[in-house]
Design a protein around this ligand. Sequence first.
Ligand code: NOJ
Length: 557
Amino acid sequence: MLGDVVREAALGDGRRPWWRTAVVYEVYLRSFADSDGDGVGDVDGLRSRLPYLVDLGVDAVWVTPWYPSPMADGGYDVSDHRDIDPRLGTLADVDALLAEAHAAGLRLIVDLVANHTSAEHPWFRAAVAGGRGAPERARYFFRDGRDGGDRPPNDWISAFGGPAWTRVREPDGSMGQWYLHLFAPEQPDLDWDDAVVQEEFDGTVRFWLDRGVDGIRVDAAPALAKVPGLPDAGHAPGALFESARWVDNPHWDRDEVHEVFRRWRRISDGYDGDRVFVSEAVVAGPERLARYVRPDELHTSFNFDFLRAAWNAAGLRAAIDGTLAALAPVGAPPTWVLSSHDETRHVTRFGRAASGAGTMGFDAASPTDLALGLRRARAAALLTLALPGGAYLYQGEELGLPEVEDLPEDVLQDPTWERSGHTARGRDGCRVPLPWSGDRPPFGFTADAVRPWLPQPGSWRELTVAAQRDDPSSTLSLYRGALRLRRTLPGLADDAPLTWCDLGDGVLAFDRGSRFRCVVNLSDRPVSLAGQGEPVLTSAPVAADLPADTAAWLRTG
Ligand code: NOJ
């Protein structure tokens, strides 16, 4: 079976599944485009902007959760997995979106949040209301506390800070059992050993595949299994949720999670049209990640090692080599990503001394040189889009948007802010609504005079789509140019293997086939391009030398 997968990948013709090389654009729906003037982005807003995405040149769109939700965690607290939140649209709107996206040649990926539900989900409400022994409690992790019930059942921690347990008040008014939530208290974890849970999600996967979606992103994939008995993890007091380092942790990356993925894969294999599962799996390195994309499990995965790497040639090369080496044996395509709705925008990260990404909005802010960050971000875009396999773009990175670091405290919504005792501002700064046009907020995101759900900085007037569209030196033009060339240049269009070239310390240089070379200068000195080929796209003006923090795509044959 593995042989078949690898052979199929190697064909490089019409039989190569689209997702092996796709550029997927992440739409954080609340912040993309608002059609009805309530200040919150919605499905019809996305529909209205499909031509923009086609013109940009991406292959697919991943839409973050749009399900009914109290929005305790931006929609990752789902109270009905098979409907649309009325603030965001209707199932009929989604059907129209799918039809229009497909007619325009775009694929659509939805987000499946299966580790937890909302605390407002009917199951959890019944579990609390039914008291001890309610059958619905078996679908979650309800346990008695330690020391007579007053202390949480174990030492597990929440990704947003603080303990992973909250105590409920029983129907008779007494303080009662505790329930587990690896994320916010409004997101109780489901027990995936429970057959009702398994069957319910089989139905949900089918529901969306039947509706015609091209793929499903699996939220928090490594969380779906816990060690029976729920033993202590040994977390130190105040420990952070550092899932990228955990090995043999009782609530993360257990072997049993893979049973769930095999189950879903059996379902998706019954559908036509190359449907794809994408895992969101922050785990301890590429070898662990490769386990999520074995031939009978999920098809692809987000690549957090690359995302978290600092702006440093050796570190990036190690992330690239580690990824390629780990994924090749399982036949899964590599993917590359720089930003998402969970991470400090990379224009800002790359402008800081510590340029790697943190954990769930816990990265300590340090002084930021935004001009330097943008310069590096543009070079990083050419690096990312020149690597083999697929790539994920996060809305607004094509505009060079920075993190909004000065949001007023009273608008912050990310649970990290409260759960960290106001020490970490969380992820709102990367979720500020997009600037489309005009010279003041709301920049065409919503109707004039309406306040977007997070305020946009006035300085974004220079970064709107309208301001950048016809400027050949803009970041938007750079992304459009790169995405076009990626479809046509030999080496990129045929997904040729990567071969490194040695151009000295601090320089990443590689060929894709015999006619394409990418050179990225992460050193502090210019690098001669003499004899390297004819530049076809550069992230900044280039003469004979490639300046520091600049990338070039070159035709070599
Ligand atoms: C990962 C999602 O990307 C993030 O936004 C969310 O807070 C957690 N999973 C919990 O669902």
